[in-house]
Design a protein around this ligand. Structure first.
Ligand code: NAP
Length: 291
């Protein structure tokens, strides 16, 4: 079994980005800039935004976090997004989700300029991604593809079972893996909460992408010998022995599943770091397109 080490892989990509940025600056260009909008006080959202800000520092990007109380109106938020769309000094704009209930998330996402939509959530980027055209691909699926590529995992003609059909993980990764290319050229099955006998699908899979958010859902008897398993799940489970009072648990029962796998991601340290570095890749790409 080979561990798909997201920490190591993302560090290597980070270093590549950092040296590219250093070269750009040496040539008189400004640094790429990412702006993140954070609405409200959700603890997990704050952590995610902090991590993104830190990643920006690590690779030499400028970054700014605009924090608003959850009383901000939809109109005020949309006006701010339009203002940033026009700001030539900003390359990437992300709005941390979820948003308060009185704000329409789809409206917010589709107000971001597709050219600055480095989260790849805008309908125009999603459409292009489905068509296999150049686009910003959302960070988690992009990170999974980069990991498969980094480890030279042969996906051609393989049967891939994706657990979960969300717009940010399940659906895009299923699409990407079904496209022509490498990684790609898979035969893909998407499973969700209404799928009957999920284990019959997973047992046939050469590659399993688990993205449902149920700790240790994927058990040893659901996986065939030699499968590649990518665990996207992140669930905070209360744990009084940890300094933060919780630990992060994935969708895969790693301890029992790992011995059967050819490759598997750990949680934490697998898909998570790949997601953040993919956002950095998109931001750098956005700047190159703006120049
Ligand atoms: P989501 O929007 O809640 O979607 C979950 C999907 O899983 C839905 O399609 C749902 O089916 C399906 N599902 C839920 N329970 C199921 C079950 N028992 N059997 C089969 N399918 C089931 O979640 P998400 O945003 O895609 O995120 C999934 C997980 O990945 C979460 O733990 C999240 O925290 C994590 N995540 C991690 C990263 C990272 O960087 N590592 C990034 C994003 C998300 P229905 O559609 O039928 O409801």
């Amino acid at each position: 079994m080979i561990l798909l080490d997201g920490k190591k892989t993302s560090e290597a990509i980070k270093q590549q980005i950092a040296s590219e940025v250093a070269e750009m600056v040496a040539n008189g260009l400004r640094r790429p800039k990412l702006v993140a909008i954070l609405v409200g006080e959700d603890g997990a959202s704050k952590t995610y935004v902090n991590n993104k800000e830190k990643a920006c520092q690590d690779v030499g990007f400028d970054s700014e976090v605009l924090r608003y109380p959850d009383t901000i109106t939809e109109g005020e938020l949309l006006a701010k997004i339009r203002e940033i769309n026009e700001d030539e000094g900003v390359d990437g704009l992300i709005v941390q989700l979820p948003l308060p209930k009185h704000i329409d998330e789809d409206k917010v996402i589709n107000t971001i300029s597709p050219l600055k939509d480095v989260d790849g959530f805008h309908a125009s980027n999603v459409g292009k991604m489905v068509l296999g055209e150049p686009s910003f691909v959302s960070a988690t699926p992009y990170g999974i593809m980069a990991m498969l590529e980094h480890y030279n995992i042969d996906t051609k003609g393989k049967h891939c079972v994706v657990l979960g059909r969300s717009n940010i993980v399940g659906r895009p990764i299923a699409n990407l893996l079904s496209l022509k290319g490498n990684p790609g050229d898979c035969t893909v099955t998407i499973c969700h909460s209404r799928t009957k006998n999920i284990e019959q699908h997973t047992r046939m899979a050469d590659i399993i992408i688990a993205a449902i958010g149920t700790p240790h859902f994927l058990k040893e008897d659901m996986v065939k010998e030699g499968a590649v398993v990518v665990d996207v799940g992140i669930t905070r489970v209360p744990d009084a022995t940890r300094p933060k009072g919780y630990r992060i648990v994935g969708d895969v029962d790693f301890e029992h599943v790992a011995p059967k796998c050819s490759y598997i991601t750990p949680v934490p340290g697998g898909v998570g770091p790949m997601t953040i570095v993919s956002l950095m890749r998109n931001t750098l790409q956005a700047m190159k397109q703006h120049k």
